[in-house]
Write a protein that binds this ligand. Structure first.
Ligand code: ADP
Length: 284
């Protein structure tokens, strides 16, 4: 770690290294040198481009000038030293009464920032530890069918987590997806993994997004995920909608968008997510 910190021009000695709890994939640390404080992640068991992809996602969000993200100082893109390291700005602060509203406004502004004319992404990302393969599409339904639902279905079959009824209904939904999802929604840059643990507050209470899995797509996909596991207040949704109102078909698409994340959880963590998956797929 000392080598990587030197490589970014900080030659002062490391004074404090403290583990940070909360992440489920990497080891995370608060690192203090005489010059600066850092947030450092390390990992030995992920693909060599794992941290590069995280850094790229943060940079794409930063480039929209809509919402804060930590500055990335360094990432390893090879594991030749036995472990890979990601070094970024240390962010710390208390929420204020306006933090949640600001988060809503800023995420809406992110979703409205013009970025891409295609859906999907030209780079593989990760959702948790699962590989999320991508391509660019000119049609959102095809992207969602071919790159989101079908790969999770196939993985669940390989893992033995698709019983007959679950599989039959999911295959039917995938076949008929055009009936339920918009074909050409506005193209928004999405954080892509926006659960309550993936935003933090800065020293003035301003919200920062962390740990993205970016994709260009329907903003309702992002909003549906924020509602799945909680962590977003009424203020978040109120201020979001002041900037970017939700389409009136949100209620209909929400379960299908949440289904992608539930299938990914079924594949990562097992049958404890099975009944949530079934409560959606059996409707179709
Ligand atoms: P993982 O990739 O292992 O899921 P995270 O990126 O979610 O790890 O980080 C783990 C925890 O560390 C987060 O829940 C958050 O509380 C904290 N954290 C993440 N980034 C920063 C940062 N830049 N500054 C301070 N704390 C951070």
């Amino acid at each position: 770690m000392q080598t990587q910190i030197k490589s970014i021009g900080d030659h002062s000695p490391i004074q404090i290294v403290q583990p940070v709890a909360g992440g489920d994939i990497n080891q995370a640390y608060y690192v203090q040198t005489a010059e600066r404080n850092y947030f450092v992640k390390t990992n030995q068991h992920v693909p060599a481009n794992f941290f590069q992809i995280e850094a790229n996602g943060l940079e794409k969000i930063r480039a929209t000038n809509t919402i804060a993200v930590p500055t990335v100082y360094h990432y390893d893109s090879s594991d030749e030293n036995g472990e890979m390291v990601l070094i970024m700005e240390w962010i710390e602060g208390e929420q204020t009464s306006s933090t949640n509203g600001m988060l809503g406004e800023n995420v809406a502004a992110l979703h409205l920032a013009d970025n891409s004319s295609s859906y999907g992404l030209d780079q593989t990302t990760f959702i948790g530890q699962l590989t999320q393969e991508n391509s660019l599409y000119n049609n959102w339904v095809d992207y969602f069918r071919e790159k989101r639902l079908t790969p999770q279905l196939d993985l669940a079959i390989r893992k033995g987590r698709m019983n007959g009824e679950r599989r039959k209904h999911l295959e039917k939904l995938i076949t008929n997806l055009e009936q339920y999802l918009p074909t050409f929604p506005r193209v928004s840059l999405l954080h892509g993994d926006l659960w309550g643990g993936n935003w933090i507050s800065g020293n003035k209470g301003e919200p920062y997004l962390i740990d993205p899995s970016i994709v260009y797509g329907d903003h309702l996909f992002e909003i549906a995920f924020t509602e799945l596991f909680g962590g977003f207040s009424a203020d978040f949704y109120y201020y979001y909608q002041n900037v970017f109102p939700l389409e009136n078909y949100y209620k209909e698409v929400k379960p299908i968008y949440q289904l992608y994340y539930l299938l990914a959880h079924l594949n990562m963590f097992g049958e404890s997510y099975g009944s949530s998956v079934d409560s959606i797929v059996l409707r179709y």
